[in-house]
Design a protein around this ligand. Structure first.
Ligand code: MG
Length: 313
């Protein structure tokens, strides 16, 4: 039974809506899609292609977020992009009229840090990442391997770091790539913050973490353990941080193989929005099938309010 509270300004009489629902012998497709939304207590939203496109807010996205907050439910923004710090996203969203707190934004870098602290406490990490990601690791007490100081102080016994972690490193150099490959060949564990191969830009694409990892794999023969979406560690961290039960969490995004797959593969919901890179016809060629498809966050809000949604067929 849904505990959803109607807070649409144009729908002041909630009982009338319930009455209309009871008089309808068969639920329409749109009503079923609305009911699916009402079963959710936490919406985990992707950013680019879902909440904004580049520097532009997607129509209705802010309305959706405000509506969910007003209804007493939760929003968590999650991005696989590990090149920027959560603080940068907080500032960006605030500039778009959506101020959030630190606990309302999570990145694949956060999941990687949590995984390192739990699985490899006290181990040294050679990080192929941006200065922002390095700072996040340091703040959380991860011991970063500094090749310039290797062999000195307390590292005299070690010839290499325990782990190599590759992120979306927009400051990548050949030297970093070479060191990462050397350490992995010498036995360092190989982790990656996320598997995305390309990051969309206003001009096309730029090589993302998965593409950097492909170069390392080609050189070393070693495959990384990936974190971020669509992997279990991400869902576990979201559940731990929010306290919401798995079946009442929906991951919402514009990519089937990350945003949607993370929900459908781990007992939560996976909702696709068509405001970004995926088109409706892409679903039939994908192994990942979303629980529901919505045109945009704006359409989700209109469905929740009982308004006639826009067609995306
Ligand atoms: Mg996206």
């Amino acid at each position: 039974m849904s505990t959803f509270k109607h807070v649409c300004p144009e729908k002041t009489d909630g009982r009338e809506t319930e009455s209309q629902r009871a008089d309808t012998p068969e639920m329409t497709d749109d009503r079923i899609r609305a009911e699916k939304l009402k079963e959710i207590d936490l919406f985990v939203l992707d950013l680019d292609g879902t909440f904004y496109l580049g520097d532009r807010l997607i129509d209705g996205a802010l309305d959706f977020v405000n509506y969910i907050w007003e209804s007493g439910k939760k929003i968590l923004f999650f991005t696989n992009n590990s090149s920027r710090s959560p603080k940068v996203y907080m500032e960006r969203l605030a500039g778009m009229g959506c101020p959030i707190s630190r606990d309302q934004i999570m990145t694949s870098g956060d999941v990687t840090i949590a995984y390192l602290k739990e699985t490899y406490p006290g181990k040294t990490v050679y990080l192929v990442g941006t200065p922002a990601l390095e700072e996040s690791f340091r703040q959380e007490g991860i011991s970063l391997w500094d090749p310039e100081n290797a062999g000195q102080a307390d590292r005299t016994a070690a010839a290499r770091p325990d782990l190599v972690v590759v992120g979306f490193d927009t400051t990548l150099t050949y030297e970093k790539l070479e060191r990462a490959c050397t350490y992995i060949r010498e036995g360092a564990v190989f982790l990656a913050t996320h598997l995305d191969i390309n990051c969309p830009t206003e001009y096309g694409f730029m090589p993302d973490c998965g593409a950097i990892c492909a170069a390392v794999t080609l050189s070393t023969g070693a495959e990384p353990k990936y974190l971020g979406k669509p992997f279990k560690e991400t869902v576990d961290m979201v559940l731990l941080k929010t306290g919401v039960s798995r079946e009442r969490v929906a991951f919402v995004g514009d990519r089937l193989y990350t945003d949607v797959a993370v929900g459908v593969s781990h007992g939560a919901k996976g909702f696709l929005v068509l405001s970004g890179e995926t088109k409706l016809e892409d679903i039939k060629n994908s192994q990942v099938k979303p629980h529901e498809v919505y045109g945009s966050l704006g359409e989700m809000k209109r469905l929740l309010c009982g308004e006639i949604p826009e067609s995306h067929a």
